[in-house]
Design a protein around this ligand. Sequence first.
Ligand SMILES: [Zn+2]
Length: 142
Amino acid sequence: MNERFAEKMRDASVAKDTRLLGDFSVIYCRGNHPDAARDPLESEGAALGVYGRKQPVVCNECAELLRYAEKRRAYCPKDPKPFCSYCDTHCYSGEMREFMRDVMRYSGPRSVTRGHAMDSVRHLIEGRRAKREAQARAAVDD
Ligand SMILES: [Zn+2]
């Protein structure tokens, strides 16, 4: 395994974000891939114990997304990392970006009752700030 990846995964905020993505993928997979066979995720993040006892159980397609997302999160060059949807660096490939957007859109509202209410609030607040900052930048450019 890549040493840099392993080191990043030991970072508390990276691990937390990765677990959140795991939770979201589980919610999405259950709702959108009802007939798919699901297995506990096999990934480098999972091997490092990032998901703790809540190993995501997902289908192959969702596992592929999670493996991809682990890497993108670990190698995110931004510190502090903004929420991906408000970031100006688009590090996801087009296809994966669409997939992740679907997962977020579907699972975000449904995760509030599963212990992620604070994450939603933070997301909302940061979204408003990102919008304000973008407007301020646009005003300067004019
Ligand atoms: Zn799935």
